[in-house]
Structures are given as C-alpha cells and as structure tokens.
Design a protein around this ligand. Sequence first.
Ligand SMILES: NC(=O)c1ccc[n+]([C@@H]2O[C@H](COP(=O)([O-])OP(=O)(O)OC[C@H]3O[C@@H](n4cnc5c(N)ncnc54)[C@H](OP(=O)(O)O)[C@@H]3O)[C@@H](O)[C@H]2O)c1
Length: 293
Amino acid sequence: MKILQFGGTGQVATAVQAAAREGTEVVALSRAECDLEDPSAIRRAIQAAQCDLVLNTAAFTHVDPAESHPDEAFAVNATAPGVMAEVCAARDLPFIHLSTDAVFDGLTDRPYVETDEARPLNVYGRSKLAGEQAALAHPRAAVLRISWVFSRYGRNYVSFMLRLARERDVLKVVADQFGTPTDGEALAAFLVETAPRWAAAPSGDPAFGLFHFANAGETSRFEFAKAAIERDPLSRAKLEPTTQAAFAEPAPRPPRSPLDTAKLRAVFGFEPEPWRPAVERTADRLVTMGAIG
Ligand SMILES: NC(=O)c1ccc[n+]([C@@H]2O[C@H](COP(=O)([O-])OP(=O)(O)OC[C@H]3O[C@@H](n4cnc5c(N)ncnc54)[C@H](OP(=O)(O)O)[C@@H]3O)[C@@H](O)[C@H]2O)c1
C-alpha cells in the first residue's frame, strides 16, 4: 500500500506518518516539495508517484489570516484539492481529503450530520467548503470533516493551552463555543487502516462520499482546555471563562459545531472514543515528552 500524502510537516500529516505500519508506505510531500498553489506541481506529483491512494492533509489552516488572504486560502483549500481530484479521477485513484466543522454556521440544537446545509461564517470555512465540493466531483473521493484536532504533533490547541497555562497567572478561555474535539492520532490510524479498503473500493462504494470524524461527546473550548491543563503538574494559571466576543477575532467562528459520527460508524464500524480520555492521554504524553507549545 503506497500512499501519496500532500502535507509533510503539519499536525495530521505527521500523525499519519507515525501511524504508518508495516506494509504501508507514506510518501509525504512538504510545501518545499510540492507547493499547493502550483497546480502543475500537484499534477506532476500524482503522475510520478505510482501510488495506490492520494491523501491530502495540507491546507491553509490559519483561520484569522485567511480573512485578509482569501486568494491564498482558496488556492490551497479549494483549487488544489480540485486538481488532486481531477488527476485522481483520470487515473482511477482513490482520493481522501480532510475538511472542517467550520463549513457550518453553528446555529444548531443538535450535532451536525453530513446532509445538513453548510453555511460557513468565514473565508476559511468557505474555502474548505469549496474544496470538499471539488474533491467530491471524483466518484472515488472520501472527504472527512474533522474538528478541534489535537495530538502529540504539530501546532494544536492542547499543546498550546498547556504552554499558556505554564506561562501565565490567569488564562482566559472561551466558554461559549461548543464542539467535538478530534484525536488526530485516532484519525491517522483510521486513515492508514482504511487505506486498503478505499484502494479496493469501486466508485459507488459507500466508503466514498462525505463523513464526519470526531471523538464522542460535545464540550466547550473552556472544558477542552481545562481537561488538558489539569493533567500538567507544572501548570500554574487560573482558568477564567470568557466569551468569543471578548476575543474580537477577525474571523467569526461557529458557536456550536459538534459533528455527528453515525455515518462513520455505520459504514466503517468505527466507534469514536469519548473526547475526555483521549485529551487526557494526549496531555499526559505531551507533558512526559516535554513537547509543550
Ligand atoms: N487543526 C484543526 O483543529 C482542524 C480542524 C478541522 C479541520 N482541519 C483540517 O485538517 C487538515 C489537517 O490540519 P492540520 O491540523 O494538520 O493543519 P496544520 O498543522 O496547520 O498543517 C497544515 C499543513 O499544510 C501545509 N500547507 C499550507 N499551505 C501549503 C501550500 N501552499 N503548499 C503545500 N503545503 C501547504 C503546511 O505547510 P507549512 O508547514 O509549510 O506551512 C502544513 O504542513 C486540514 O485540511 C485542516 O483544514 C484541522
């Protein structure tokens, strides 16, 4: 099983490389090796790879800067996956792409299912929605929407909050934004384990299409941070709840965007772990590794 992965250095990209098992080769391309703003570089990379599956973990993930850099966000998040899907379709290769809960407006009274209408509030969400639509033009594409990703790798909310809690006396955390954290290492293991199924599945197979992937349960940003910080004996900050409005970020965020994973369970038999033990385990590992920040 040879996976061509766009994204070499990102959080999920690194987790996938770590999850690769015997019999799975992940050829991961960093920005230096393939810039997603260059469609011809994407085409050349897929044509040269002789792979069984193409996985895109790269994205313009900076939600606030995306507001002032919409062209770059759309080039990386929408045009690039469209090119990947087009080349994969021409070569009959499965294409796996990642998207986000930020495609939703957050005005919901229940977890979002895949068929709910997407109404993004910000440029990042609009660019990711355009990217999933472009990806799904290929009948052998699977798009996994994920949310609030954490892991031992890269820049992520858990490692960031652990660092701030060591540095500050008081740490204000948003308490009026709700969602489902996603264990990036469980996602990576799922992607590697499911790769052979995707590689063998014909178009029309239920393994293709749009899926929500997240841990079980729903929480606030505040409780998410607290669950991690409480694991660190060197944390000193007093946590104080605040509001999204108080942060006045350039990009509006969905106030409530939990993801319903029933379709993932039905199609793949994947049972998501509750978010809290997954966050606690990751925080413990980050503390032990000294990889905070
Ligand atoms: N993290 C989350 O909470 C979250 C939530 C929902 C959905 N997602 C989605 O999950 C996926 C993986 O996210 P992540 O957390 O792994 O993100 P990440 O850690 O920010 O990594 C993004 C990667 O994309 C690369 N990249 C950006 N622009 C590029 C370009 N022009 N050419 C080539 N590579 C480029 C970055 O390379 P450089 O290092 O060179 O910049 C980086 O390696 C993305 O599709 C994201 O939208 C993430």
